[in-house]
Write a protein that binds this ligand. Structure first.
Ligand SMILES: NC(=O)c1ccc[n+]([C@@H]2O[C@H](COP(=O)([O-])OP(=O)(O)OC[C@H]3O[C@@H](n4cnc5c(N)ncnc54)[C@H](O)[C@@H]3O)[C@@H](O)[C@H]2O)c1
Ligand SMILES: O=C(O)C1=N[C@H](C(=O)O)CCC1
Length: 253
């Protein structure tokens, strides 16, 4: 049995995971953390991690980038592995996560779905074929109107995956409105759409001379992310300090 603290328990993802864990005898949410207290849960909820008095094997985090500094400090101090799913982290926070890998087990993934994590691998090969052949790479992502960060963490992770396969030769362009010039060969464009309750769509476009190849992932429910996070939490329990990702969880199944 894995005992989990749910950071951001009263949010959309926190509640989705609460529902999934209630049906799974191999994991239990033993405490929740949230600054919003308007939801009743079957576990104790604290307003901050430092007020939490409950011991656990793992922390699952779907909260807010502003909550991530305290999350890292708590995980390191208490030696509790962290499944870090919050997106929109600053450069400084990303550097802090890198340092924290040396002290505690952290699985950081901008997208917990099997589909996106498989797509990241496929894109490495596609980028190595199409980019040298002169194809331009563009990513279009669509999410609900409550999302705070843009571009999505997933769009950045997809771009990183392609760029890594291309020896980090590419820069990212998020906004063309202030530029009056043609697109550069060595750029990956990222565009964001926000509206309604779109769960998550990512299109990766390789546009060449007279032909276009598109890869598309659509999440129809937040459950795809929640199920991945629960599997990741079970996987991370008892792991030594280090950097883990969803590929490790998928490979271990
Ligand atoms: N990695 C993935 O697969 C994945 C999937 C979906 C969402 N996300 C990310 O997860 C995060 C949350 O998404 P959501 O849709 O559940 O958002 P949400 O706004 O519905 O929920 C966030 C919750 O965090 C709480 N919160 C805010 N500050 C906090 C703090 N300091 N400590 C604890 N809780 C705090 C809020 O009150 C809220 O209840 C976002 O960054 C989103 O991009 C990641
Ligand atoms: O709903 C969100 O917010 C999501 N955030 C992640 C991201 O930024 O990529 C994953 C998809 C859903």
């Amino acid at each position: 049995m894995t005992r989990a603290i749910m950071n951001g328990c009263n949010g959309k993802m926190g509640q989705c995971i609460t529902g999934i864990c209630a049906q799974d005898e191999d994991i239990e949410i033993v405490a929740g953390i949230d600054t919003y207290d308007g939801i009743k849960n079957d576990y104790p909820v604290f307003a901050s991690l430092k007020e939490c008095t409950v011991d656990a094997d793992v922390i699952i985090d779907f909260s807010n980038a502003k909550a991530v500094d305290a999350l890292l400090a708590y995980g390191v101090e208490k030696q509790i592995p962290i499944v870090l799913c919050t997106t929109g982290l600053s450069e400084q926070q990303l550097a802090d996560v890198e340092k924290a890998y040396e002290k505690v087990a952290i699985l950081k993934s901008a997208n917990m779905s099997l589909g996106i994590n498989t797509l990241m691998e496929l894109l490495k090969k596609a980028a190595q074929v199409f980019a040298p052949a002169g194809f331009d790479m563009e990513i279009v992502e669509k999410h609900h109107n409550q999302k705070l960060d843009a571009p999505s963490g997933t769009a950045l992770a997809l771009a990183d995956s392609m760029n890594e396969a291309l020896d980090e030769a590419y820069t990212y362009t998020y906004d063309r409105s202030q530029k009056r010039k043609k697109r550069d060969k060595y750029e990956i464009g990222l565009s964001s759409v926000r509206g309604g309750n779109i769960v998550g769509e990512h299109e990766v476009i390789f546009a060449g001379q007279d032909e276009v190849i598109e890869f598309k992932h659509t999440a129809y429910s937040k459950a795809v992310f929640a199920k991945g996070a629960v599997e990741a939490a079970k996987f991370l329990k008892g792991k030594s300090a280090g950097h883990y990702d969803m590929a490790d969880v998928i490979a271990a199944k």
